[in-house]
Write a protein that binds this ligand. Structure first.
Ligand code: PLP
Length: 227
């Protein structure tokens, strides 16, 4: 095993152990919680080490970057699952549905309409999560909690999109638990089973609040190097 793979395996073991403990502490089954490895900005050798450790579910936040990283690996690993967790521009919709298995960041009617049209044209029917701006931050993507129900009904009932869950990114300067609790309440109110919340710093808390998908980057791969 390479040195990098040893480190990645150890990080992965740690997260799995914490997932197990948090699930158990809240009376949930570990199998109800999916680990999404957030691979954005990470170097190839770490991605390949993660794959060698058996991880197959990855999150990316930019369409173009993800195409570069995953197009070839996709053919090599047919059981890969790629999830878009960053903002989606309408001019990237076609590329996005070609590459991703799940899009977690549906956040506006215009995007819902574009996705509908593109999927109709390509014959695909990708599961979608609605991103909710639980902190009502002006600079942040996501539908406001007060507008969620009507947006959900529009997307699911009128457009017929496969809405399967909710996703949020809490404000950095507020207790995450408030936002996790709100997202769980909103998901329950719409009878949506899947809840994507929790990152490296707070995934254990997110599991206690009902997360079904945790998005973990730096705790798995190490810090991202933007230099
Ligand atoms: C980068 C990113 C993550 C992972 O963040 P870490 O703190 O590195 O775990 C999770 N979710 C989204 C939407 C991200 O952009």
């Amino acid at each position: 095993m390479s040195n990098i793979q040893t480190i990645i395996q150890s990080n992965l073991d740690t997260i799995h152990r914490q997932m197990h403990e948090s699930a158990e502490a809240s009376g949930r089954a570990q199998g109800d919680i999916t680990l999404v490895a957030v691979s954005k900005v990470q170097p190839d050798e770490k991605i390949d080490a993660m794959l060698a450790c058996g991880q197959r579910i990855f999150g990316e936040n930019r369409v173009q970057e993800a195409q570069g990283r995953w197009s070839a690996r996709r053919r090599q690993y047919p059981d890969l699952q790629l999830r878009l967790i960053g903002p989606l521009q309408t001019n990237k919709v076609k590329d996005a549905i070609e590459l991703f298995d799940v899009i977690e960041t549906l956040d506006r009617p215009k995007l819902a309409e574009k996705l509908k049209a593109a999927m109709e044209a390509s014959g695909e029917d990708i599961p979608l999560f609605i991103q909710v701006n639980t902190g009502e931050e002006p600079q942040k993507a996501g539908i406001l909690p007060s507008e969620l129900k009507s947006f959900f009904e529009y997307s699911r009932l009128e457009l017929g999109l496969r809405i399967e869950g909710l996703m949020c990114i809490p404000p950095v300067d507020e207790p995450a638990g408030l936002h996790f609790g709100l997202l769980k309440t909103l998901a329950d109110s719409l009878a949506l089973r899947n809840i994507s919340m929790g990152m490296s710093g707070d995934y254990e808390k997110a599991i206690r609040f009902g997360a079904t998908h945790i998005r973990v980057g730096s705790a798995l791969f190490g810090e991202r190097d933007y230099s």
